[in-house]
Write a protein that binds this ligand. Structure first.
Ligand SMILES: C[S@@+](CC[C@H](N)C(=O)[O-])C[C@H]1O[C@@H](n2cnc3c(N)ncnc32)[C@H](O)[C@@H]1O
Length: 207
């Protein structure tokens, strides 16, 4: 990993995704979470203050160990029991089938290189009635914007340390055996349009 991805990017990420308005969107996205909850692509722990009291225990994983001192302080300040694991979500997760009531990703399906195995694992570890809760950015439904997202995606992958801005998030989820129960599509205010296309919702495993 280069200097940018190792040292500068985690700070930029924490700063840009940790603003109070982003907190509002995190709270809204996480509101349905209940019970045993797994968060994939935990980053710097910015969701921690926004989990509702209906969550009983949190397991969080990320392939990186960004800003570990800061993240450990955030975990210590969290009223929930939290277990942090450094792991690539594209491989088999160390959890039994049907062990979580909720699995959460926020702004993460853009960054996992190959989402299909990660989504298959999310499906495997969710209980039959469990919910996959997502808040992601992705491809615009406006063809002209989407074309620009395709053109500039190679640059975004460099700046965003592997982040893609042109993924059709709902399609990725439904192609992986989920039925989307609820989907909000909206633009994040005060954000360049190419990065502002939000997908927030809940999916459940198709039988
Ligand atoms: C844009 S950040 C979002 C962080 C956090 N979810 C948030 O909302 O602030 C994307 C995160 O996905 C993680 N990630 C990327 N690929 C991954 C993988 N294969 N397995 C687990 N985590 C991954 C990155 O390390 C990073 O922390």
């Amino acid at each position: 990993m280069g200097w940018y991805a190792k040292y500068l990017f985690p700070r930029l990420l924490d700063w840009s995704l940790g603003t109070p308005p982003m907190g509002k969107y995190r709270r809204l996205a996480l509101a349905p979470a209940t019970g045993e909850t797994l968060e994939i692509g935990f980053g710097t722990g910015l969701n921690l203050p926004h989990y509702p009291a209906t969550v009983t225990r949190l397991t969080v994983l990320d392939s990186e160990n960004m800003l570990s001192e800061l993240v450990d302080q955030r975990i210590a300040a969290c009223p929930l029991p939290v277990t942090k694991i450094q792991l690539d979500a594209q491989g088999r997760l160390p959890f039994a089938d049907q062990s979580f009531d909720s699995v959460v990703t926020t702004l993460t399906l853009c960054s996992i290189e190959n989402t299909a195995p990660a989504l298959a694992e999310i499906r495997r570890v969710l209980k039959p009635q469990g919910q996959f809760i997502f808040w992601e950015h992705g491809r615009s439904d406006d063809a002209q914007i989407a074309r620009w997202q395709d053109r500039l995606n190679p640059l975004q992958r460099v700046i965003g340390a592997g982040c893609n801005m042109n993924r059709k998030i709902d399609k990725l989820i439904t192609e992986s055996g989920f039925a989307i129960e609820h989907l909000d599509r909206f633009l994040l205010p005060k954000t360049p349009r190419l990065l502002a296309e939000m997908y927030r919702g809940i999916a459940r495993s198709r039988a």
